[in-house]
Design a protein around this ligand. Structure first.
Ligand code: SF4
Length: 338
């Protein structure tokens, strides 16, 4: 369920060619494993739609067809069982075609997400605004939502792209004030892992903290699994979702005598599939580490030779040999997440 006070849904997108069924299936399964709740596939032409029945049969996760510019592909995708379509009405080009998509979606009982891009606004709006801005993007989105509603289709989501992050934030604020449509937040200016996560989070956090947004996608140049991980970190940080293992670790200093960076990276990888919400602290020394480790659901503080395990405020185990520490912590996490 999207919108209407339901938890913010995490979306991502497979980056493979859907005609390569095994690769696409592998990526969809990876996304599902890390908690992705809706996955988009790019449907660049009608032939690609033939992969939909196979993917739907193999993966239990809603799959949305990103068709953007071609209404015929949207119709084909719906005929073959897609769970939702993402269209850019400005590029599809005329009201009749948009209505055809709406009618087919209503009959298939699936949602349509309208993606409005400041670069492809209809001529009427371009003329009215001269220099397109957030208000122009919102006017276009509301116009197209009305077209879908006139065709009797009410399951509508809206995604906006204005010029840069801050103007897009402004557009989402405006449309949130003006309507109740579920908003699918996907900010422009994605990028490689480090800068992409920061840029996306900066804009998404503003909106989410104001209660704006019903789905999010963090857009990264890289493995989509990282998009999902980043989205959940953001939602957990804002207190909007409680899912998965939340690792808190110290920045390390000269008191740390273990390879904490390597240890944390391994833990993150080995716990990425766990749904249960758990705070896990991994600290680099036994001098200052125990304080934070005690506050977590489960925590560990590493000394030079041995480690100490904490659980909900008290010491659970002392003198753990370093080579056994990872196994001990993973076992505790597994017990708590059963
Ligand atoms: Fe340094 Fe210990 Fe603090 Fe980590 S917990 S930053 S190792 S003092």
């Amino acid at each position: 369920m999207i919108g209407g006070g339901n938890p913010v849904v995490v979306q991502s997108m497979v980056k493979t060619d859907p005609q390569d069924l095994q690769q696409t299936l592998g990526q969809l399964r990876d996304l599902k494993r890390v908690g992705c709740e809706v996955a988009a596939v790019a449907l660049a032409h009608e032939d690609i739609c033939r992969s939909i029945p196979f993917l739907k049969k193999e993966v239990e996760m809603p799959i949305v067809g990103d068709v953007l510019f071609n209404h015929a592909i949207a119709l084909k995708a719906m005929e073959l069982g897609i769970d939702g379509v993402l269209i850019n009405p400005g590029v599809i080009g005329n009201a009749r075609k948009v209505k055809e998509v709406a009618t087919a979606a209503r009959e298939s009982r699936i949602p349509v997400c309208i993606a409005i891009d400041i670069g492809s606004l209809e001529k009427r709006i371009q003329k009215k605004y001269q220099t397109p801005n957030a208000a122009a993007v919102v006017e276009s989105a509301l116009y197209h939502a009305r077209l879908l509603e006139d065709a009797g289709h009410a399951a509508i989501g809206i995604s906006l792209k204005a010029s840069g992050t801050l103007e897009t934030v402004e557009a989402y604020r405006r449309i949130s004030d003006a309507s109740d449509y579920p908003l699918c937040l996907h900010l422009p200016e994605g990028g490689p892992l480090f800068s992409g996560v920061i840029r996306s989070s900066a804009g998404l956090a503003i909106l989410l903290n104001e209660g704006v947004g019903d789905t999010i996608r963090v857009s990264l140049t890289g493995n989509p699994v990282q998009e999902v991980a980043a989205a959940f970190h953001l939602l957990r940080g804002l207190g909007l979702r409680k899912r998965g293992v939340n690792i808190v670790s110290c920045p390390t200093c000269c008191k740390c005598r273990v390879d904490l960076r390597g240890i944390v990276a391994e833990f993150e990888k080995e716990t990425s599939h766990i749904d249960t919400y758990l705070n896990v602290a991994i600290m680099g020394c036994e001098a200052n580490g125990p304080g934070e480790a005690r506050e977590a659901d489960i925590g560990i503080a590493f000394g030079a030779q041995r480690a100490t395990l904490f659980g909900k405020g008290s010491v659970r185990k002392t003198g753990i040999r370093l080579e056994l520490a990872k196994g001990v912590l993973l076992e505790e996490i597994a017990n708590l997440s059963r």
